[in-house]
Write a protein that binds this ligand. Sequence first.
Ligand code: UT7
Length: 337
Amino acid sequence: MTASIATNPRRFSRLSGLGVFRPERVVSNDEICEKIESSDEWIRERSGIIERRHADAETSIIDMAAAAAERAIADAGLTSADIDAVILATISHPLQTPSAAVLVADRLGLVDPGAFDISAACSGFPYGIGLADSLVSNGQATNVLVIGVEKLTDWTDPYDRGTAFIFADGAGAVVVSPSEEPGIGPTVWGSNGAEAEAIICLPDWNALRKENAETGIEKWPVLHMQGQKVFRWAVSEMAPIAKEALEVAGLTPDDIQLFVPHQANMRITDALVRALGFPETVTVARDIQTAGNTSAASIPLALDRLRQEGVAKSGDLALLIGFGAGLAYAAQVVRIP
Ligand code: UT7
């Protein structure tokens, strides 16, 4: 037998703080319809969106993420010196490298933190919570910032009637810290890369560089979505995943107070609620009405709204589920800080 490997003592983790950043500019459906053939009525009926926030040209995802993170750290009663790891979920960071996480960590003045990005689109935030739970539980880190941030308007064609009205900008962050009691349930996650083309950023850079050189017009890749396909997948496949996240946490729908799905489309939320059979005591997050679909940022933004409205109270149990491009998904139960 060779020498044994020492491990850190195991412990529980919990959410200790939450903070968000919503860009100032409110964009109405009518304004979106100046560039696409659609109507306020159609957008409300088919997606539930009444308005959304767009960040201005000068505001980067680093600005938005840092603002949300500062609020989450303060909400946890900590300072940036207490944070030793940063996990940042996004699909709208314009640089392939360095990661947005290291830039945000530097902006916050963190000293030598572990920092990395995850690319799991609309499931990025619960993926990040699952990773942070593991890092804290096994003693690899003490206080982990998990950030979901998107400036999707940089990657959306305002003339595409399949995406222009749905995608929006924002940021949300939580701190995951050690706990005497379990504050985060096991994460149920998965992916299906065979359906990668359902939401994809096209065309690839090489093709676009060639086109730009030929036309003299500088264009970026943009998001393309097969809306109906993603809709059907979310409605049929995500309810069993949400159910499993409850079961592995040893809970039933009667035990939770809040259901906070990714804010993809109000009709998807309604279908999930019907399939899961929540009692009336469960409050369902519907932040999409005024925030649009902000991908990795949508769950913490929706959680924050419920807290601001006094509906989500400290100690409440919330079922989170993210799903989208990949296709990828993740879900878990958390206790509200
Ligand atoms: O967050 C990541 C994951 N993303 C999602 O979960 C999004 C999932 N998908 C959706 O939310 C929906 O598919 C959309 C909201 C994007 C679209 O709604 P839909 O009900 O699936 O529309 P559709 O594509 O099936 O189109 C229905 C009709 C079509 O007309 P016909 O063929 O029935 O005459 C479209 O041409 O609506 C038409 N249409 C529009 N009309 C007005 C499509 N887009 C628009 C539009 N305005 N923007």
